[in-house]
Design a protein around this ligand. Structure first.
Ligand code: PRX
Length: 650
């Protein structure tokens, strides 16, 4: 290995692991050279009602992007996640739920979960939901979130989960975009001891932001005892409709390519897009990646700290683990409540074996010092995972030392909402790790680096990360806009899937993700389109123009840096700054809250009126030594003013 800082595979770990290096090499080679045979075999890890005879039928040709896996097979996802486990592990815990309050928890067996899902599925039917309808879930991290997801899959409804931190306006646009008839929410959510009014947000989305155009019903889970406003002709209590429903609900037979869910995510332009995932290939990929990457073994307790509102929660709290008959932990709270030792306490309490979290959480804990986890007993841990953004080597080694006591392999998992499952990652029994590198491709994944002209970079080098052939977990389309799907992902580098990320490949063939190459920023592992934040800002009466860029942030990875030009008649002030910050929070949600707002009399524009973001990015990074050529600007003096008043000074 070329690097000094290599963590070899522990031979004892490899001896018990599903995949060691020899297996990785052999399986990877087969997955690329004979994908039909490889995925044909892997498809058998899930149960099919009608087995498939065709495995792969995919094209990345921009004139005909078409992605189909197992296309003539039929199955049901909830039956795979529940029914098929009942005979052998009906009494095994499927979900350990750990509440926001450390005194509150619940263990739900596969048998209990099956019953709850069947009742919920019948309740959905009773509310008029049929196969193919879109159900929006706007829920906290409570068991009902998993129950509602699985209930949708049971009857062939498509779920669209909207993260509970999004504002009524953002929720409404996702409801309308998906033409959803029904929302499942809770009266409140609990985070760090505080109640967040989810139901009131749903009401506002419907009554004030246009979602009344499609929403007919709201199912409300009673999470706390606090009252909420009630609309007799629209709202029903979850516990009432489930109690009234039968516990017998035969699973709907779905085609492998029928939609399973929609998940909105941000892009570099326009409104968020509803990525569509389908049934068969997604489940095969989620199940396989979960088992091999986390080296999950029967009886292990696995914990992913993500929220089900993001793709990580879909694939690695619910579908992957439950398809594998695993025990998956679902955490309602935050790492800092009641104090910063919470992750450690939960690991100890439930004897967690695999722990999967985000670099931003690790960095926040790291700031609190070496003894942040107190005297928590972490000896149950066998493996650690990281996801959502590049993990800096300091955070990696701290995680390894403080959580892993130097003995747990770390899997740094690179993937995206679009990819459905993990794509570049070390396999813990096979791949020596280097802090900060996501290392090597998973089975069937063919990454490549290309320059801006699309020429492939061979050997070590830097470039745009693309994937040259399909894998089963891949998103099939953007809901209602296949053309946008083709344009966004398949037209820049013809014949390949464009990830939007840049990467470096080292002499050992290891990939180092360097971050987004488009106008998407990654704030605390949350993906955000700068265009969305800009359009929220220009909707404010005082704002004439806004430009948003990311800048390096110690805790969040990237922070949100906003440049604002005010309309005539408005004066810059601290109050206005506060108001704009609150405005963005209410338009999108707290995750989009600007970190720095710089008022600027003008923007650096080309003579044709295009804002030169490259310059804004550099100034936000406090690196204006290499601004490049500014002579083409309409008014170069703008740049001097921007530099003089810059807010991020190192
Ligand atoms: O830039 C990459 C970053 O997160 C983006 C995907 O965001 P999202 O669709 O919200 O999915 C997040 C969870 C899978 C990617 O384009 N990213 C994700 N994981 C990593 C990462 N960057 C570096 N290393 C990772 N492990």
């Amino acid at each position: 290995m070329s690097d000094q800082n290599v963590f070899p595979v522990d031979p004892a770990f490899a001896a018990n692991a599903h995949i060691d290096n020899a297996k990785y090499e052999a399986m990877y080679e087969q997955s690329i050279n004979d994908p039909e045979a490889f995925w044909g075999e892997q498809g058998k890890r899930i149960d099919w009602i009608k087995p498939y005879t065709r495995v792969k039928n995919t094209s990345f040709d921009p004139h005909n992007v078409s992605i189909k896996w197992y296309e003539d097979g039929t199955l049901n996802v909830s039956a795979n996640c529940l029914d098929r486990h009942l005979a052998t592990r009906g009494d095994q815990v499927a979900i350990i739920w750990e509440g926001d309050n450390p005194e509150e928890d619940e263990k739900i067996t596969y048998r209990d979960l099956h019953e709850r899902v069947c009742r919920f599925a019948n309740a959905l039917k009773a509310q008029g939901i049929q196969k193919g309808d879109v159900v929006t879930l706007y829920l906290p991290m409570i068991p009902e979130a998993a129950v509602a997801m699985l209930a949708c899959t049971r009857i062939g409804a498509i779920h669209s989960i909207v993260f509970g931190g999004f504002s009524p306006e953002a929720l409404a646009s996702r409801i309308i975009g998906a033409k959803s008839k029904l929302v499942v929410t809770s009266n409140y959510s609990l985070r760090g001891g505080k109640q967040v009014p989810l139901k009131a947000n749903v009401d506002a989305a419907i009554d004030d932001h246009g979602a009344s155009a499609c929403i007919e019903r709201v199912i409300v889970v009673q999470r706390t005892t606090k009252d909420v406003a009630w609309h007799e002709n629209r709202d029903v209590w979850c516990h009432e409709v489930c109690a009234a429903a039968s516990a017998d609900c035969p699973p709907e037979e779905m085609n492998a390519e029928d939609p399973l869910f929609i998940l909105y995510t941000s892009g570099s332009t326009g409104q968020p897009k509803g990525l569509q995932h389908t049934t068969g290939g997604y489940l095969v990929y989620a199940s396989m990646t979960h088992e091999y990457i986390f080296d999950y073994h029967e009886g292990d307790v696995y914990w992913c700290t993500a929220d089900v509102g993001w793709v990580t929660g879909h694939s690695y709290i619910v579908y992957g683990p439950l398809a594998n008959g695993a025990t998956t932990l679902m955490f309602e709270g935050v790492p800092s409540y009641p104090d910063n030792s919470r992750f450690g306490r939960v690991i100890e309490k439930h004897k967690v074996n695999q722990f999967y979290t985000a670099p931003t959480a690790i960095r926040a804990l790291m700031q609190q010092g070496e003894d942040v986890l107190g005297d928590s007993d972490l000896s149950s841990l066998k493996l650690l995972g990281s996801v959502g953004e590049p993990i800096n080597p300091e955070a990696w080694t701290w995680y390894h030392r403080i959580f892993g006591k130097g003995k747990c392999p770390i899997v740094d998992t690179w993937w995206q909402t679009e990819t459905g499952g993990i794509m570049i990652v070390p396999l813990p029994g096979a791949t020596p790790t280097k802090p900060g590198s996501a290392t090597r491709p998973f089975f069937g994944v063919q990454p490549a680096l290309v320059d801006s002209e699309g020429n492939e970079i061979v050997g070590a080098g830097d470039g745009n990360l693309v994937i040259t052939d399909s894998w089963p977990g891949q998103s099939r389309s953007i809901f209602g806009d296949h053309e946008r799907f083709v344009q966004t992902y398949f037209s820049t580098f013809k014949g390949s899937y464009t990830t939007g990320d840049g990467a470096r490949r080292d002499e050992d063939g290891y990939y180092w993700i360097t971050g987004r190459v488009d106008d998407v920023i990654n704030v605390s592992g949350h993906r955000m389109g700068t265009a969305e934040v800009e359009s929220a800002l220009v909707a404010h009466p005082a704002v004439a123009e806004a430009a948003v860029v990311g800048y390096p942030h110690d805790l969040k990875g990237q922070g949100i840096y906003v440049y604002v030009t005010l309309k005539a008649g408005y004066e810059q002030s601290d109050d206005l700054m506060k108001e704009l910050r609150n405005w963005v929070r209410s338009e999108i949600g707290p995750i989009a809250s600007p970190d720095l707002i710089q008022f600027s009399p003008g923007m650096p524009k080309t003579r044709s009126g295009k804002i030169m973001r490259r310059i804004l990015r550099k100034i936000a990074e406090d690196d204006f030594s290499a601004l490049g050529d500014t002579s083409t600007l309409a008014d170069p003096s703008v740049v001097d003013d921007l530099i003089e008043h810059r807010l991020n000074r190192k």
